[in-house]
Design a protein. Structure first.
Length: 115
């Protein structure tokens, strides 16, 4: 199969060559794993795909990447890239936007505990 570098190049080229014709480039985290998917999102993809309850097809074909990622983990992964997570339907209409929770410092947590 393709190397990590080839996956990155494909997603980057898709962003450039398909701009205006196909606006949403999805990364297949089930086949690539989250580390490579994160890199592809930085290289040009703009859609993480979806959550899965149970994925067997890729596993039976030999994939070793994820089988399930919770919506909360998707939110964390997307927020880590500096992007705002959003749920969408199949026509890319945004259904909800998930603003990341503000980070609380240790000092703030301790002050809140004694307030």
């Amino acid at each position: 199969g393709p190397t990590r570098e080839e996956h990155l190049k494909i997603h980057a080229l898709a962003r450039v060559l398909l701009a205006g014709s196909i606006n949403n480039i999805q990364v297949s985290w089930v086949k690539l794993d989250h580390d490579l998917s994160q890199l592809c999102l930085e290289a040009g993809a703009n859609d993480y795909g979806g959550t899965l309850m149970e994925e067997n097809i890729s596993r039976e074909a030999g994939a070793t990447a994820g089988q399930y990622t919770s919506p909360e983990d998707f939110q964390r992964l997307i927020s880590h890239l500096g992007r705002i997570p959003a749920e969408r339907n199949t026509t890319y209409t945004r259904l909800t936007i998930k603003l990341p929770a503000p980070e609380v410092t240790c000092e703030q947590a301790m002050l809140a505990e004694f307030a």
